[in-house]
Design a protein around this ligand. Structure first.
Ligand SMILES: [Zn+2]
Length: 67
């Protein structure tokens, strides 16, 4: 049986606007901070059409079994 011990650093996303599929790393993620609420969201720009795509950082959770 093959098991993933640790997931790779790259995540894959498909752009809903242009359909391009790309991989990215945590370093590529930008932070959008809201002054009023203090909350922040994470986004990445599509390398093909430059659309801003919201992402969730838990996509990078490393250990199997984390939820
Ligand atoms: Zn795109």
């Amino acid at each position: 049986m093959i098991e993933i011990i640790q997931r790779g650093p790259k995540a894959i996303k498909t752009c809903p606007k242009c359909g391009c599929k790309f991989s990215f790393e945590k370093n590529d993620v930008r932070i959008n901070r809201y002054e009023y609420t203090g909350s922040q969201t994470y986004y990445i720009s599509c390398p093909q059409c430059n659309a801003t795509l919201d992402i969730y950082l838990n996509i990078f959770k490393n250990r199997v079994g984390d939820s």
